[in-house]
Design a protein around this ligand. Structure first.
Ligand SMILES: Nc1ncnc2c1ncn2[C@@H]1O[C@H](COP(=O)(O)OP(=O)(O)OP(=O)(O)O)[C@@H](O)[C@H]1O
Ligand SMILES: [Mg+2]
Length: 230
């Protein structure tokens, strides 16, 4: 493990719809020291989810490099990326992405089973209990509320105790009590595992606890809302 959990160099990304180009990120640089807690803020549509998906290797930049846990993932093939991601990072999607055919418990166990962790079930049950959902373990995603799905998605991202956790608006659907439980779980991962947290959020309670808050606006990163012009 290097001192840097994550380094992004000159990341540029645009989407194309019907030959119309939508620029989103423009030469973004970011350095995240290991064990720190970084919050990405910015208006809706500013590119927070896009940036998280590039940093975590879910999507590819048009240009630029991403060094994750000392490894340049931009040189990886898809076949190399998948096991690296499962081993190294946890990801909480803004829209959860639970597997519809698996129960809450099975969704959480899944990444641990991929690693052949014999404790997969026990760890998943413990996490479900922590987020007050032990009574929903056999529910399928369509039988869960939005906030319950969000909590299951967070448990799934935590089950392998990842070195780096990315979370996209992890408390967006939660009341303050449940939001606080999630924040405590994330901080515990950092304390016990020295994990790095990279979160996109609008929550003041969360950004107040961060070591570093970066602002995205007009495709660039700025240290604060004033500099970003937001
Ligand atoms: N797959 C895609 N194809 C085309 N355009 C996209 C795609 N994904 C995102 N965009 C566009 O890129 C821009 C950035 O989107 P992104 O989801 O990263 O924003 P965000 O900051 O996460 O917003 P929010 O706070 O609403 O979640 C938006 O203008 C969006 O319309
Ligand atoms: Mg988003």
């Amino acid at each position: 493990m290097t001192d840097q959990a994550l380094e992004a160099v000159q990341l540029t990304k645009s989407y194309t719809i019907d030959s119309r180009r939508i620029p989103v990120l423009d030469r973004v640089d970011l350095i995240v020291p290991a064990g720190t807690f970084v919050v990405i803020e910015g208006k809706s549509g500013s590119g927070k989810s896009t940036l998280l998906s590039l940093l975590s290797g879910l999507d590819r930049p048009d240009s630029g490099r991403i060094i994750l846990a000392g490894t340049d993932i931009t040189t990886f093939s898809e076949d190399q990326l998948a096991p690296f991601r499962n081993r190294t990072i946890g990801y909480v999607f803004q829209s959860f992405h639970l597997v519809p055919s698996l129960t809450a418990l099975e969704n959480i166990m899944f990444p641990a089973e991929l690693c052949r962790d014999p404790m997969a079930r026990a760890k998943a049950l413990e996490l479900l209990t922590r987020v007050d959902l032990a009574g929903r373990s056999t529910n399928f995603p369509h039988q869960l509320s939005g906030g319950e799905k969000q909590r299951v998605a967070i448990c799934r991202a935590l089950v392998n105790s990842p070195q780096i956790l990315f979370a996209d608006e992890p408390t967006g659907n939660l009341d303050s009590g449940n939001g606080d439980i999630i924040l405590q779980l994330l901080l515990e991962l950092r304390r016990e595992r020295g994990a790095t947290l990279v979160l996109a959020t609008h929550s003041r309670e969360i950004s107040d606890r961060a070591d570093q808050v970066v602002w995205l606006a007009d495709g660039r990163i700025a240290p604060g809302p004033e500099e970003a012009g937001s």
